[in-house]
Write a new protein. Structure first.
Length: 201
């Protein structure tokens, strides 16, 4: 069942605007729309329980674990982000999920992955690499995700230090204060029905 994050909420005139770098290239997308695009892609690929975390300026990590996608405390996360908290997300630990994560992938490489396979490409800063969430043909436990991530990192030049199987990624529609407060955007959210097979590992 598709979740309604609220078309009415997305149309508010006071909604913070993310740069027009994402899927909708003919105009601005709002921060809430960016978040919705990422979470909708996760739901389509089979992820329905997530861990949401905020790292405050003082270094404290505040967790909201094992939440359904339609029960995430996004208003709280936005308030924390305004106060320069960094907002992260991952599929909830303790489950098998049909998705693997890659960090710091070059934009051109990330786009090629999304053209070949079902993938969400998240731009974390204009000057840096991307996060790539790659849809898989079957659920993988944390150990299997770790092995897949390590193999894929060597193949496409992703960060080998972000291959733990439970690594956090940034949530689209929030600001990345580590990179001067730039918006985190969805560049691609491909759903062509071509999931990556872990047997290719």
């Amino acid at each position: 069942m598709m979740m309604g994050w609220g078309a009415g909420a997305a149309a508010r005139t006071d909604e913070p605007q993310a740069p027009p770098r994402g899927v909708e290239r003919d105009g601005f997308t709002t921060a809430r729309q960016q978040t919705q695009m990422m979470l909708s892609w996760w739901e389509t690929t089979g992820v329905d329980q997530v861990d949401l975390a905020v790292r405050r300026q003082c270094g404290a990590m505040i967790w909201h674990r094992d939440h359904s996608l339609d029960a995430l405390p996004l208003a709280w996360a936005r308030a924390e982000n305004v106060r320069r908290g960094e907002v992260y997300i991952r599929p909830a630990r303790g489950y098998s999920w049909p998705v693997v994560f890659m960090d710091d992938v070059a934009v051109a490489t990330a786009r090629r992955v999304a053209r070949k396979y079902d993938a969400a490409v998240i731009e974390t800063s204009p000057a840096g690499g991307c996060h790539v969430w790659l849809s898989c043909t079957r659920g993988l436990d944390e150990g299997a995700r770790r092995r897949a991530q390590r193999w894929l990192a060597g193949l496409i030049g992703a960060d080998p230090g972000s291959t733990s199987g439970e690594h956090l990624g940034r949530l689209a529609g929030f600001k990345n204060w580590k990179r001067s407060g730039c918006w985190v955007n969805v560049l691609e959210a491909s759903r062509p029905g071509r999931r990556w097979s872990p047997r290719e590992e």
